[in-house]
Design a protein around this ligand. Structure first.
Ligand code: GDP
Ligand code: CA
Length: 313
């Protein structure tokens, strides 16, 4: 079984490559819930919905999020009635949030909701949240602390980042079965996701990092940073705030002590020796997932790197 630590868009695209090279049933995605929030009285889980809807082939690929062909009738009325309009939610999208909220209110866990959505939408890859307990990510700025989505979507990541806090992390429990899955995994892949706000929260759940270290499975990541910048999103200011260089080297350092190998982009080939000196294997390829061919290649390279024998010492 292949375990994938996943954020949203970068992870969903990477898993689309994996399902081309291994049976989808052999993959479990553990998804970040640090972006989760409540709006309009509804429970919203952006990364879980991105991963589920991408693998169901329902995602708006232009945006990377939202459901293809979705309409905004409900949103326009929510705004007309004085509701917040900064976080766009399509009509079909809202159905996910309404159903999730209703199930949680009726006593279901988030894991159960995710499993139910997965089955309803016909996704073969197993999907689980990192935790059933809420662990919202807050960004510390000069304006004060704000929820990650408020920093990123409402304020367009314009505020200087002073720190990042995973609120409630001390008492959050790994999702049921997660530690067992980590122990039993043949391969652990860390998706090309934001190291600070997508993968950081998963690794910070008490017990998760230790379980990964203890697992015999090779741990491989793909750098989301290409040529010193992320393809999209706020990874640069967030990595800098955590004292990490915005480069494939910084990604390798973010996962210090965990990684057996990292896949970096061909434009970063000059960084390979420096990363190898950190004690991990490096594979170099085209890591930009333009279409199915690049996605499958990237997945294949990551799995090959996992299987490669550690360098003799
Ligand atoms: P989010 O939660 O939707 O922001 O998604 P993630 O955290 O999973 O992914 C965001 C990261 O994915 C960004 O840092 C991007 O640089 C990275 N990313 C997106 N597409 C690609 C791609 O095609 N190749 C690589 N290597 N990284 C990508
Ligand atoms: Ca996210």
């Amino acid at each position: 079984m292949i375990l994938v630590l996943a954020g949203g868009v970068g992870a969903a695209r990477f898993i689309e490559g994996l399902v081309q090279v291994v049976p989808p049933e052999s993959i479990t995605a553990v998804v970040n819930t640090g972006d989760d929030m409540e709006l309009h009285g509804l429970k919203i889980s952006p990364d879980l919905d991105i991963v589920t809807c991408t693998l169901a082939d329902l995602i708006d690929r232009q945006q990377g999020w939202g459901i293809i062909g979705d309409t905004d009738a409900c949103m326009s009325w929510l705004v007309k009635l004085g509701g917040p309009g900064w976080f766009k939610l399509g009509d079909r999208d809202l159905a996910l949030h309404i159903r999730r909220t209703a199930m949680l209110r009726a006593g279901a866990t988030l894991s159960e909701v995710v499993e139910s959505f997965r089955q309803s939408l016909g996704v073969a890859v197993k999907i689980m949240p990192m935790s059933d307990d809420p662990v919202p990510t807050y960004i510390l700025t000069d304006l004060g602390e704000m929820h990650f989505e408020e920093y990123f979507v409402r304020r367009h990541a314009q505020d200087a980042v002073r720190g990042v806090r995973y609120v409630g992390i001390e008492t959050a429990r790994p999702a049921p079965g997660l530690l067992e899955l980590i122990a039993a995994a043949e391969t652990i892949l860390i998706a090309p996701s934001n190291p600070v706000v997508s993968i950081g929260p998963i690794l910070a759940i008490p017990g998760v990092r230790a379980a990964i270290v203890a697992s015999p499975a090779p741990v491989i990541t793909v750098s989301p940073i290409i040529g010193g910048a992320p393809l999209k999103g706020p990874a640069a200011p967030l990595m800098r705030a955590m004292g990490l260089e915005v480069s494939a080297v910084g990604v390798a350092r973010a996962y210090a002590g965990l990684l057996d190998g990292i896949v970096i982009d061909q434009v970063d080939v000059a960084l390979a020796a420096q990363i190898e000196s950190l004690g991990m294997r490096v594979a170099v390829t085209d890591t930009i997932m333009r279409g199915p061919v690049e996605k499958a290649n990237l997945a294949w390279v990551a799995l090959q790197l996992a299987e490669a024998r550690p360098a003799a010492v």
